[in-house]
Design a protein around this ligand. Sequence first.
Ligand code: ATP
Length: 468
Amino acid sequence: LSPVTGLTSLGQQLQSATGALVRINEVLGAEPEIADPPGAPTAPLVEHAITLDHVQFAYSIERPTLEDVTVVIPAGSRVAFVGPTGAGKSSVLQLIMRFYDPADGAVRVDGIDLRDVTVASWRAQLGVVFQDTFLFDSTIRENIEIARPGASAAEVVAAARGAELHEFIDQLPRGYDTLVGERGGRLSGGQRQRLAIARALLRNPRVLLLDEATSALDPRTERLIAATLERAGAGRTTVAVTHRLASVTEYDRIFVVDAGRVVEQGTHAQLLAAGGQYAQLWAVQAGGVALTEPPFAAAGALARLAIFAGLDAGVLAMIAGRLRPALLDVGEQVEEGDGVVLLRRGRARVLAPGIDGRLATTAELGPGDAFGLSALLGQGTASVLEATEPTATLTLDSEVIAGLAGAYPSVAAALDGTALAAAPVGGQRLTRMTMAPRLRPPLPPPVAPAPTTADVRRASGSFSRIDP
Ligand code: ATP
């Protein structure tokens, strides 16, 4: 009977596979809207500039997406398109990649209209890194190689080196044959982006296109990946789209896009000096400070951290000066282990893996609360901080804390036994209870100790009023 029942289920499988095949055939058979003109030459290797020349573009007739956009991207330079959401920044990249053609005007490479050259020859010069990278549930090697099937093992390794991922891969037991899991689930966000960079580099592109390539990362990983991209982009033309201005301040030219138009352009310094839309965006993003926001008592928040107990106000003020501001959008996460994160504004929750491996909320934090101390003390729980509102944070990086441990014995004592303790001097190790992020409702501010006789004596200047 078993072969007969097997045949029945085979029939069902064939039926559903047929449906899928029909759909796949439709997709494969679709005529691309972007087609090569007959006998079109290959695109020249970009040597002078990519230009958008009075580009007019819309996805639908109701609403123009880009209006009269003219920009020059010199070969070998780094340029960025910034601006509010929906302004049309990514659409500029779509046109450069020739996923669409402009309704009017032209996108040119060294003066030649992209419509007059073969699409494949132009795209062969491009490497792209998006915010989300689709990874196949396959090996690291295959996930990189897909950017250029047939690339040699040495070329894959070279690309991984360029993306500064090779050392990580090398120390994995199965190296390049490690399975990345469904959608790359076994890799961190930063590792996934490095894999995306490796893919882009495997094509040895003359032009690197970055669409929010670092925006989904926590601030520290963002800085590391930005540095990798800078090195990977050397000698290439880089065109980045981002809403995080801090990642492009060093770029050669920044174009501010608003409602489909380029409204400002220049270097970071020039745009700040101009005091326009860019300068306003920067003011909010750099410090996370709106003009109406009350000042944040950073030194006071630091004083409440047990590792800084015993430091005087002058030292705390100095440490406050080393805090690094950042903004988190709703849902953005910061991993534990990179330092202490103070919430300046907004709200966030702490998610920690339970025994079943699932993340569960263990604390809710508000202004003045801190995250990440447990990990510094070697008692990390692999928790993450996730913004539940737009949140401004101030981070004290672990390198800074390590420096403080070298200078202040009380800090070193608190960190005793952890890698950060530069100069362990014994002392009582702080317990996990002491270090855990505070649960709501927040603890009341420390109550001032009752005045002693000496205090009252000092304040009153008189001894006689004191009743012993
Ligand atoms: P964000 O920062 O949110 O990514 P953006 O500045 O990159 O925004 P675009 O993605 O270029 O903006 O989108 C510009 C406008 O075009 C938006 O109104 C968007 O909804 C619309 N749009 C984008 N892609 C498509 C599409 N494939 N079909 C139709 N409309 C689209």
